[in-house]
Write a protein that binds this ligand. Structure first.
Ligand SMILES: Cc1cc2nc3c(=O)[nH]c(=O)nc-3n(C[C@H](O)[C@H](O)[C@H](O)COP(=O)(O)OP(=O)(O)OC[C@H]3O[C@@H](n4cnc5c(N)ncnc54)[C@H](O)[C@@H]3O)c2cc1C
Ligand code: FES
Length: 250
C-alpha cells in the first residue's frame, strides 16, 4: 500500500451522476482486481473509498456516483493536470481459482465498477457471463468495456433497456444455461441477500465485495467492522472487502 501524489489525466461524466476519474500514479503499482483506493478530496479529514475499475500501466481509473459532498467536490474541483492524493492498493480483491473456468459476475449500481476490474483481469482466461443491474437506461455505463471480455446481460429496474428486473433475477434465469463454477458479486445489500438466497443450495462458491463506511481504509480505526456468521467480526477494509458469501451476515 502506498500514498501516491497522482496526476489527474481525466475526470469526466459517463452517465447520469456518474464520473470516471483517471490518474497516473507515475509508476506501475501491483493492483489486483477488486482492490480499492482511498481518495483525499480537498482538506476533508476522511478520504473516500472507491474501487479500482481499470489499470493500464501507471494509469488507474475509478468510477464514482455523486452522493454527498465528497464525491460532488471530486467531480467539480479536479481537472486534468491537478494532483490528487490516493492511498492504494487496499483490500484483498477477487481471486478465481485455476479450476474455475466459468465465472458469473453480478453487479448492481456502483457495484459494477470493481467487477469490471475482475472482467478485465480474467477476460480471455475464463468464460465470463456478466449480469449488471442499473436503475434505468440513463444510468447504464461502461457497456463497451464489459462486452470486450464478457457476455453481458443488462437489467434495469424500469425495463427501459435490457432485462426488466434485477441483475440477480437475470442471473437466476440464465443459471442452468451458463452453469458457473464461481460467482463474483458487488452491489447493494438487498441485492446480495437475494443472491445468497438464490445460491443457498447450489454448492457453488460465491464471493461478494462489501461496501461499508470507512475511516482509515487500512485496518486501524474499526469504523468498517461487519458481523460474521460465526459471531466474530471482520474489518471490511483489511480482511475484505471480498468475502465468501456464507462468511458474512448480510
Ligand atoms: C470498498 C468500497 C468501494 C467503493 N467503490 C465505489 C465505487 O467504485 N464507486 C462509487 O461511486 N462508490 C463506491 N463506494 C462508495 C463510496 O465510498 C461512497 O459513495 C462515498 O464515500 C460517498 O462520499 P460522499 O462524501 O460523496 O458522501 P457523504 O454521504 O457525504 O459521505 C460522508 C462520509 O460517509 C462515507 N460514506 C458515505 N456513503 C458511503 C458508502 N456507501 N460506502 C462507504 N463510505 C460511505 C464517506 O466516505 C464519508 O466519509 C465504495 C465504498 C467502499 C467501502
Ligand atoms: S476503515 Fe478503518 S479499520 Fe476499516
Amino acid at each position: 500500500m502506498r500514498e501516491v501524489n497522482a496526476l489527474v489525466l481525466e475526470n469526466k461524466i459517463i452517465a447520469e451522476d456518474v464520473y470516471s476519474l483517471t490518474f497516473s500514479t507515475k509508476e506501475r503499482l501491483p493492483i489486483r482486481c477488486g482492490q480499492f483506493c482511498m481518495i483525499a478530496v480537498g482538506a476533508r479529514p476522511l478520504r473516500r473509498p472507491i474501487a479500482v475499475c481499470k489499470v493500464d500501466g501507471e494509469c488507474v481509473t475509478v468510477c464514482y456516483r455523486l452522493k454527498g459532498e465528497g464525491t460532488r467536490a471530486l467531480a467539480s474541483d479536479y481537472h486534468a493536470g491537478d494532483s490528487v492524493t490516493v492511498l492504494l492498493p487496499l483490500g484483498n480483491g477477487f481471486y478465481v481459482k485455476d479450476g474455475e473456468k466459468r465465472v458469473a459476475v453480478i453487479g448492481g449500481g456502483v457495484g459494477i465498477f470493481p467487477l469490471i476490474s475482475a472482467i478485465r483481469e480474467y477476460g480471455g482466461k475464463k468464460e465470463i457471463a456478466a449480469y449488471m443491474g442499473f436503475r434505468n437506461k440513463q444510468a447504464v455505463c461502461m457497456e463497451e468495456e464489459m462486452r470486450k471480455n464478457a457476455t453481458l446481460t443488462i437489467a434495469t429496474d424500469d425495463g427501459s433497456v435490457g432485462y426488466h428486473g434485477t441483475a440477480v433475477e437475470a442471473f437466476e434465469k440464465d443459471f442452468e444455461r451458463f452453469k458457473p463454477d464461481v460467482v463474483l458479486a458487488c452491489g447493494p445489500t438487498p441485492m446480495l441477500r437475494a443472491l445468497k438466497e438464490a445460491m443457498k443450495d447450489k454448492g457453488i462458491p460465491v464471493y461478494v465485495s462489501l461496501e461499508e463506511r470507512m475511516g482509515c481504509g487500512i485496518g486501524a480505526c474499526l469504523v468498517c467492522v461487519c458481523d460474521k456468521t460465526n459471531g466474530a467480526h471482520a474489518r471490511v477494509c483489511k480482511d475484505g472487502p471480498v468475502f465468501e458469501i456464507g462468511e458474512v451476515a448480510l
